[in-house]
Every structure is written in C-alpha cells, then in structure tokens.
Design a protein. Structure first.
Length: 391
C-alpha cells in the first residue's frame, strides 16, 4: 500500500515536473548553456521513464539531480520538500522549505506556498507550537484560508476546543464552507468537560451552542438527555433521547436503555410501547423488537411475547433474536416442532443474507465464488469463510 501511495504521489508530480522542464527550456538562453539545458531535458525524460517502469527510487535520484542543476526553480524545490515529507524525511523537508522561505526573490503567492509547506512539515514532525506560529502568521495577514484549516487540526490535537471553534468559524466566513457539524462536535467536547467537572450550567450553554451550529446534532441530544437524567428531569430526558432516535435511528441502541429507564420513572408504559413500535418501523436492527418483546411478556405473558417475536424475526432475522426466541420457547414449554420450524426459517434467512466468501484483500463479501474479486480485481483473493468451510 505504501508503494502504491508513493507511486500515486509521483503521478501527481508529473504535471509539475513537466512545467519545471518547460521553464528550464524557456530560460535556457538566459540562465543556462545549451549543454546544461540538454542535460536537464535528458535527465527529466529518464526520470519519467523510471516512473513509468515503476522504479521510484531511481526517479527520485534524477529529480534531485534536476533540482541541483537548477536551484532557482521554486516549484521543483517545493515538490521535493513534499516528497521528502511523504517519505518520512521530515528534517530534510524542513531544511529545504526553510531555505525557500528565506529567499528574497519570491512573490507573495510563492511565499505563502512555502510557509504552508513549512508549517505542514512541522505538523508532520510533531512540532505543533512551531506549526501554530507559522499558520497564525498567515492567518493574521489574511493570506491563506488553508492555514485556518491547519490551525483547526492543531487545536483538535491539543484539545483546545475554544480555539478550534474560533478558527472553524473564521474558516467558514472566509471560504463559505459549512462547518456547523464540526463546530457542534467541539461544543459537545466542551459540554462533556463541563459535565465531568460538575459545571452543569456551562455544559447546558455549550449544548445550546452545539444546537445553534447543528440543529440535528445527535451528540448534543445524547448529552442533554444524560444531564436531564442526572437532574431527575425524566420527561425532559425522554424528549432529548427521542429527538436523537428520530434524527438518526442508528443511534437508538445508544439511548434506548436510559430512555426506557426514564419512561419507567414517569410510569408511562403505553408511551414507551408506542415509541418502540414506531422505531421498529424505522430501525432495521433487533434492539427495539427485543425491548418491546420484554414489555409484552411482562404485561401479557410469555405466549404473546413469543408469537410477536417469531413474527418479527421472519422479516429481520437475528442471532440475538433467535436466542431470545429459544428462551421464550423454553419458558412457555412450547411445541418443540413449531419452535424448530421457526428457528430453521430464521437460520435460513441469516444464511441467505450473509456472504459465504470474502476477499482477503479488500473485504468484499460474496454469496458465490469468484476467482477475480469483483471489487478490487485481485486474482485468487476471494476465499470461503471459515463458517462455511468443511473442516
């Protein structure tokens, strides 16, 4: 994979290398002798040949040679610095980009490019304070929105959520790119911090700001619900948790235990059953079905609960559902033949839905065998899953 990434990087450098070669040729009459230009052209095409023949190390040597022959070519120097960084030679990239920043013949755009590259070098090497200084200078001069994005990354790494929020807002103003969802996450980080410190009012304020940034923030709703549960405000907690589940049903298993606890605290069993029935229509997992099954068992008995679960499992087969059905069947002492038929039907559905083969290279799942993976096109990588192998 590292080799592929390196090759892709070289491929992306080709247009820049071609431009450098063109510049070298154009300046040949003024800055180089004919023999120098000829050497550069020959070296350049040899480097391309190495790239096309998948010999990146040799290509690197030749591109370094080009840079040595024409140290004034800014684009070539920047590209080499990026290449050093991607190869893990960060110190070398820093030295090269520092030398570029100190040059007096750069225009404003080139200086910004060189400073951005140097800041990225510092980030790669873990020198976040130096990277912050470089990017902050660019932001102060209003020269590069990209510097703001880098600052956001730095403050995330340092967990300085207030500064991360400030720079995300500035980035949105500068570029028009929506940052609400990211800002909401940062506000929730602050809310978590305040809640852990017992600063409930500050946590509520952060949650309110998270909703302002992202009205459908799932995380803000979960935090709000937990704060309301801590305060014994169960009706408010129910509203918060239900808001989460309706906004993104995939998070239902995360909020359901406390949601049902809140319903029990207010004594609203019909409301809980109604909500679970609603979620069974929107959430394809087994969690709301099992919760509703337990309620039916408690209120109506084992037989109605078993009948309900068996019916639901025909449409959403599940191993957890099977286990629950076995428990109910044992408790009811139901007809073993009927139980086995139900279990066989559920198992058949599970087998139909699960892959029998998987590509060991990309993870693609298939019901039938392919010698060439339909996804990544690798040959001989699709193999039977152990669950289906005869051993």
């Amino acid at each position: 994979m590292a080799f592929i990434n390196e090759w892709l990087w070289f491929f992306l450098l080709l247009p820049l290398a071609a431009l450098s070669g063109w510049v070298i040729g154009r300046r040949g009459g003024k800055l180089h002798s004919e023999s120098q230009v000829s050497r550069l052209s020959t070296t350049y095409f040899r480097g391309l040949n190495y790239l096309l023949n998948e010999q990146p190390d040799k290509a690197i040597e030749l591109f370094l040679h080009i840079a040595e022959l024409d140290k004034e070519t800014f684009e070539t120097q920047v590209a080499l610095g990026h290449l050093f960084r991607r190869r893990g030679e960060v110190d070398r990239a820093i030295r090269l980009h520092q030398a570029l920043v100190q040059r007096n013949d750069l225009n404003d755009a080139q200086r910004v490019q060189a400073l951005l590259a140097l800041g990225e070098d510092y980030m790669k090497s873990g020198l976040l304070d130096r990277a912050e200084t470089v990017f902050s200078e660019l932001v102060a001069l209003d020269l590069s929105p990209l510097a703001l994005r880098h600052l956001i990354g730095i403050y995330q790494a340092e967990r300085d959520w207030s500064k991360a929020i400030e720079n995300a807002q500035r980035f949105e103003e500068a570029t028009g790119e929506p940052m609400g969802k990211l800002i909401a996450q940062f506000e929730c980080e602050l809310a978590d911090r305040h809640r852990a410190a017992g600063e409930v009012d500050a946590a509520r304020d952060a949650i309110a700001r998270a909703y302002q940034a992202d009205a459908n923030s799932v995380r803000a709703g979960m935090l709000e619900g937990r704060i309301e549960m801590d305060a014994g405000r169960h009706a408010a907690a129910i509203r918060s948790f239900e808001r989460v589940a309706r906004s993104d049903p995939d998070y239902l298993p995360e909020v359901m235990p406390q949601l049902l606890e809140a319903y029990e605290a207010v004594g609203d069993v019909p409301g809980a059953r109604k909500f679970l029935a609603e979620m069974c229509e929107h959430y394809r997992g087994i969690a709301p079905v099992l919760a509703l099954t337990k309620m039916i068992e408690k209120e109506e008995g084992v037989a109605p609960a078993r009948a309900y679960l068996a019916k639901e499992l025909k449409n959403r087969p599940s191993v957890r559902g099977e286990a629950a059905l076995i428990e109910l069947s044992l408790a009811e002492e139901a007809d073993p033949t009927a139980t086995l038929i139900d279990l066989r039907n559920i198992t058949d559905q599970l087998l139909v839905r699960n892959p029998s083969y998987r590509c060991t290279r990309c993870g693609f799942g298939a019901r039938s065998h392919h010698w060439q993976c339909p996804s990544c096109k690798e040959w001989g990588s699709v193999k039977p899953l152990l669950n289906y192998a005869v051993v």
